[in-house]
Design a protein around this ligand. Structure first.
Ligand code: NAD
Length: 254
């Protein structure tokens, strides 16, 4: 990808799954990276794994906490001497029928996936505006932000919210030279989905991949990382206020 060498990149939720693959991809592109993550030990492990590839450091904290977000974004700015790209990726998911969702479970999902996304995006955007050199913000949505998959009402609502947050940010921040887009991956093989799949019959999971995904398989974290890299690169210089779907054709099925 063009224009990623030397870019200063913050990846929230960069300690696992799609985020860790994305940190790896940006290092391979010659970018300088800070990752966030909830579990300090997992953040340290991922930094140690990826350190041979280039400049990377990590900061643990909860994206739904204003104080933790201030430390994450302030720490990334200090470590990198500024920021150019935010990969706003941290998120959680679990299956739960609509009729069983408690108000507490609803609040937990929304506070990480929507409030957390907003807090990190706003803190980074304020920095980018003050820095005055533009930048890129990429928010993680999902195909579940577009279609209403059963047993994920709280998750679907959080990811649908991310899409409108993204478009509104694009409208307000474009004049500052800050490009804002969202990613909508479908079913991707990551620790998050392995935990969900462990609660389901193995045959159900393979039948799901066969029947719901025209390419016949789950996606890889690296295939989503490639989408983040494209949207952050100069090759996407006129891509703004939209979403990139990476789902093996899942949304094309009637
Ligand atoms: N795996 C999929 O099929 C899929 C599909 C579409 C969208 N997504 C989205 O991609 C993102 C990454 O998912 P993944 O599958 O790689 O999951 P994962 O569980 O492997 O990684 C999640 C990351 O988010 C971090 N995180 C979770 N809660 C946090 C909190 N409160 N504060 C700070 N960090 C927190 C974790 O520490 C970890 O680094 C999520 O936003 C998820 O909703 C995943």
């Amino acid at each position: 990808m063009r224009g990623l060498v030397g870019k200063r990149v913050l990846v929230s939720g960069g300690s696992s799954g799609i985020g860790a693959a994305t940190a790896r991809r940006f290092l391979e592109e010659g970018s300088r990276v800070v990752i966030g993550g909830l579990d300090p030990a997992e953040v340290d492990r991922t930094v140690t794994d990826l350190a041979p590839l280039g400049e990377i450091s990590g900061l643990a904290g909860d994206v739904s906490s204003e104080a933790d977000v201030e430390s994450l974004v302030g720490g990334a700015v200090a470590a990198l001497g500024g920021l150019d790209v935010l990969v706003n990726n941290a998120g959680i998911a679990w299956r739960e029928p609509f009729l069983d969702i408690t108000a507490e479970h609803w609040d937990t999902m929304i506070s990480v996936n929507l409030r957390g996304m907003f807090l990190v995006a706003q803190a980074v955007a304020r920095h980018l505006v003050a820095q005055g050199r533009g930048g890129v913000i990429l928010n993680m949505s999902s195909t579940n932000g577009i279609g209403g998959e059963a047993d994920y009402a709280h998750y679907n609502a959080s990811k649908g919210g991310v899409l409108l947050l993204t478009r509104t940010m694009a409208v307000e921040l474009g004049r500052h030279g800050i490009r804002v887009n969202a990613l909508c991956p479908g079913y991707i093989r990551t620790p998050l989905n392995s935990a969900i799949a462990a609660t389901l019959d193995g045959d159900f999971v393979s039948a799901y991949e066969r029947e719901h995904i025209p390419l016949g398989r789950a996606g890889l974290a690296e295939e989503v990382a490639a989408g983040y890299a494209f949207l952050a690169s100069d090759d996407a210089a006129f891509v703004h206020g939209t979403e990139l779907v990476i789902d093996g054709g899942q949304l094309a099925v009637m």
